[in-house]
Write a protein that binds this ligand. Structure first.
Ligand code: 5GP
Length: 173
């Protein structure tokens, strides 16, 4: 039995930060169309809350499923698309909504892949970043929290598919 993860960011802390990110995005994209691209599975709760914190008239939401291969909790940068976008993003302002940028290899793959679809702009909104493990430089436009090198679960993030339903971000000891 894995012990219950202890709280790193509470439900209230997450709600507050997501509200702030949503308000900033609303301000920055006023009068524009925005396509939120939520990366599955990890960002499903973050994206659901963020979408509701963005107060713009024209927001579209699509999902892109990624599987990152690696040994255990280590990313390899070899990424497979398990579910593709359902509409073209050519000439659109795209916001990637990601749970966590760790080594950055998955995000780099994603940026390269999206670039081939000729969007007008691509920005990144990530809930968490672990700078200690960065292998490629990724500029995150809207970042929730910077964390130290700990494996976190909850609020969409899993350990062997468990814990995605926790309402908080926690650490397994
Ligand atoms: P990267 O390619 O940046 O190393 O890793 C990206 C993906 O690895 C994330 O989208 C996430 O799915 C997974 N990942 C990285 N760090 C963590 C972590 O601390 N906890 C969990 N549950 N997944 C992580």
């Amino acid at each position: 039995m894995i012990p219950k993860p202890h709280v790193m960011f509470s439900e209230a802390q997450l709600a507050e930060r997501v509200r702030e990110l949503g308000a900033k995005i609303t301000e920055d994209y006023r009068g524009r169309h925005l396509v939120l691209v939520a990366i599955l599975k990890g960002s499903f709760l973050f994206a659901a809350d963020l979408a509701r914190a963005i107060d713009l008239e024209d927001v579209r939401i699509d999902f892109l499923g990624l599987r990152s291969y690696g040994s255990g909790t280590e990313s390899s940068g070899i990424v497979q698309i398990t579910h593709d976008l359902t509409f073209p993003v050519e000439n659109q302002d795209v916001m990637i909504v990601e749970d966590i940028v760790d080594t950055g290899l998955s995000m780099q793959y994603l940026l390269d892949n999206l670039a081939t679809r000729r969007p007008r702009s691509v920005k990144i909104c990530a809930l968490l970043q672990k700078p200690a493990r960065s292998r490629v430089k990724i500029d995150i436009d809207y970042l929730g929290f910077t964390i130290e090198d700990k494996f976190v679960v909850g609020y969409g993030l899993d350990y062997a598919e468990k814990f995605r339903n926790l309402p908080y971000i926690g650490v397994i000891e």
